[in-house]
Design a binder for this molecule. Structure first.
Ligand SMILES: [Zn+2]
Length: 70
């Protein structure tokens, strides 16, 4: 893979993990996709923690790939 599109400037490893694997930044549990918005070159995916006692949320920004059907 070419990872040239990911901006890692000041993002902590904790948040990188969330972005890559969809894990809660608060507790590390798997997150559920609750909304998805395609806008221009990017798709924004809103995630919420699957644990009912956790408030973890994450907005994931993914570049729309023109090279694969994923
Ligand atoms: Zn959580």
């Amino acid at each position: 893979m070419d990872g040239a599109m990911i901006e890692t400037d000041t993002i902590s490893s904790k948040f990188c993990r969330t972005d890559e694997f969809g894990l809660c930044p608060e507790c590390g549990a798997v997150m559920n996709e609750v909304d998805r918005l395609k806008e221009g070159l990017y798709t924004f995916i809103w995630l919420e923690c699957s644990k009912s006692n956790c408030d973890g949320q994450w907005l994931q920004k993914k570049p729309n790939s023109r090279f694969s059907g994923v």
